[in-house]
Design a protein around this ligand. Structure first.
Ligand SMILES: Nc1nc2c(ncn2[C@@H]2O[C@H](COP(=O)(O)OP(=O)(O)OP(=O)(O)O)[C@@H](O)[C@H]2O)c(=O)[nH]1
Length: 610
């Protein structure tokens, strides 16, 4: 994230003095949605009726459902000193999984409001986005929110912004997004402090795609920032990454509902509808150019986002395979960052291997498949992409532990690293440093931001973070530590495949890749967890962990007694109920491996390993 973003704007081009484009950077719950609502209200975009639900939040719900409304930017109109300004508020996703989209949204802005809760102070996630905004050369206006609260510590937070972020906070805006206090001053600051965009309307058109989505009425809609020229309905355009040509059907802005405009010109932000059939053809970061401008140079910084985390998704009932396939086809219409390909598992049958930007992204997709498409699915534990150097001199990339070659067949394995930034109150420092070390982290930096708050920077294997790290971090710090990370390099590590055998049969969907030093513990823990998950059967079930042909751990599920409650001695009714519920849940989703029935929860047992 700290890589510099090359400037897209030509500073010698004329200024568009009545346009301002900005985003809001805020930690979760610091008041981004509430402030956005207040700004829209102050500029007449929200009526009393709309106020019942937070507008941005409402859009989030729509977005979550993947349906029509997904305005990523709203255009407000505000009169100041006799001049009417167009203010574009561009929404940026707040999560580390969506870093590239954030970087493209920032490229569409000249400024950012850094909203900090006066009672909470700066958090790691905010910092990551502030660094990106600084890299993108944005003018950052510190905004201290929730000053109506008695526990607001304005001076303390100002000092923290100066120390942690390195910004001058002496002229920070003090607002209450709840009461509206300070909002007119904020609008004035947006106009006076955020630079106007530069762009030559007479040059051939060039626009950056900052987001694209599928709309059932209009087809693919793209949010764009125009850097030069004009976009009008009827224009012939070319997407530079794919080289494909299209006709512009409509342009305009969200204000906050979709509103057609005669044109979008240099410096403006708005939507573009062309006869693009699929979201993948209108890629985030791509440049829209005129079809008759073959020599056009693309705007800098385009990249195809690569999934970082992979998992198998299988229908619980094999008969639902084609339903799952149709659901994935529909879902990826709207989210081009999910990759999917067919996968076969001995244990789970036919399914798909999906690639995600990160764990949150994976959870969102999993939930959507279950909720929107009403599918019963089993998701296998997530894995990262390993580079494997085989003994025969070839190299291969593996994102599925089941496919990792046997020990002895490869020379070396490389795994992806991340650079993690963790912020925490000093009292938890010892525990968190130990956690990072246990997770094979290498400390790069330790910095006191205030006398009580510390920032740790670690290089860690992504795989170690994927397996429960965040939960442990939160529990060890009572929720106070925050984490963000960026992609690092690939590094060699002593990794081995650990298999799980149920009554002698390998359950491919439960294989995991572990560092050699941890393999024994992981194998043992997995056996213990599986023992809890696999219900008793009519016969004894042996659960073993093995590296190659060497068994490293073993547990046994004893044969069934008369009823499940038999093992609840004493009369703890809640425990009995829990067991019955567990059994009921287990019944819904069972997969037979050989003659042993394995419930869905077992496939997640890997995630719960320490
Ligand atoms: N007292 C007070 N509460 C506020 C203020 N601004 C926001 N809140 C409250 O803080 C909570 C979080 O505000 P949101 O606007 O939802 O925060 P957000 O940053 O958009 O949160 P996410 O959408 O989860 O990222 C809500 O309960 C708001 O009502 C404020 O100025 N004063």
């Amino acid at each position: 994230m700290s890589k510099s973003v090359p400037r897209m704007v030509d500073p010698t081009a004329p200024e568009r003095p009545t346009i301002r484009s900005f985003c809001i950077i805020a930690h979760i719950d610091h008041g981004k949605s509430t402030l956005a609502d207040r700004l829209m209200e102050a500029t007449g975009l929200l009526t009393e009726r709309d106020k019942t639900a937070q507008y941005l939040d409402r859009m989030d719900i729509e977005r979550e459902r993947g349906i029509t409304i997904k305005a990523q930017a709203v255009r407000m109109s505000y009169k100041y000193d006799g001049v009417t300004y167009a203010l574009n508020l561009i929404d940026t996703p707040g999560h580390v999984d969506f870093g590239y989209e954030v970087s493209r949204s920032l490229a569409a802005c000249e400024g950012a409001l850094l909203v900090v809760d006066a009672t909470q102070g700066v958090e790691a996630q905010t910092l990551a986005n502030v660094y990106m905004a600084l890299d993108a050369n944005l003018e950052i206006i510190p905004v201290i929110n929730k000053i109506d609260l008695p526990s607001a510590d304005v001076e303390g937070v100002k000092k923290q912004i100066e120390e942690a972020v390195g910004l001058d906070a002496s002229d920070a805006l003090l607002v209450s997004a709840k009461t509206g206090l300070g909002v007119p001053d904020l609008l004035e600051a947006i106009i006076l402090r955020i630079p106007a965009p530069h762009g030559d309307v007479e040059r051939p058109v060039k626009a950056l795609i900052i987001d694209s989505w599928w709309d059932s009425y209009k087809g693919v809609i793209s949010m764009v920032r125009v850097f030069s020229g004009r976009l009008r309905a009827g224009d012939k355009i070319r997407m530079m990454a794919t080289g494909k040509h299209y006709d512009v059907i409509d342009v305009g802005a969200y204000a906050p509902e979709i509103t057609s405009m005669p044109e979008l010109s240099a410096g403006e932000v708005g939507y573009l509808v062309a006869n693009v059939k699929e979201v993948v053809d209108s890629k985030v970061g791509d440049t829209v150019a005129a079809a008759d401008d073959p020599g056009a140079e693309p705007l800098p910084g385009f990249k195809v986002v690569q999934p970082m985390v992979f998992a198998g998704v299988f229908p619980t009932d094999n008969a639902d395979y084609s339903e799952l396939r149709d659901a994935l086809a529909k879902l990826t219409l709207n989210d081009a960052s999910v990759t999917w390909e067919p996968e076969t598992s001995v244990a789970l049958g036919f399914g798909f291997r999906l690639g995600f930007l990160g764990l949150l992204h994976m959870e969102i997709i999993q939930e959507r498949l279950e909720r929107e498409y009403d599918l019963d699915i089993i998701t296998t534990a997530p894995s990262v992409k390993y580079r494997v150097y085989l003994k025969d001199g070839t190299e291969t990339v593996i994102d599925n532990p089941a496919k990792m070659p046997d020990i002895g067949d490869y020379e070396a394995i490389e795994e992806p690293m991340i650079i993690a930034r963790i912020q925490l109150p000093e009292e938890y420092l010892g525990a968190i440093i130990k956690l990072c070390q246990d997770r094979r982290g290498i400390q790069l930096d330790i910095k006191y931001q205030t006398s009580k708050r510390v920032q740790l920077t670690y290089e860690m294997p992504l795989a170690e973070v994927v397996f429960g790290f965040y939960d442990q971090l939160k529990s060890l710090s009572r929720g106070y530590a925050s984490l963000d990370y960026e992609q690092g390099e690939y590094r060699r590590a002593e990794l081995v495949r650990v298999d799980l055998l149920v009554n002698g049969e390998r359950v491919d969907a439960l294989s995991l890749i572990s560092h050699r030093d941890n393999a024994y513990n992981r194998g043992r823990d997995l056996c213990i967890k599986m023992k809890d998950e696999i219900p008793q059967q009519q016969f004894e079930v042996a659960i073993q962990a093995a590296i190659g042909s060497r068994v490293i751990a073993r547990t046994t599920v004893k044969a069934l007694r008369k009823n499940v409650l038999a093992k609840c001695y004493g009369g703890d009714i809640s425990r009995k109920r829990k067991l019955l519920e567990k059994q009921k849940r287990g019944k819904r989703r069972l997969k037979a491996v050989g003659n042993v029935e394995i419930p869905q929860g077992a496939f997640h047992a890997i995630l719960k390993l320490d």
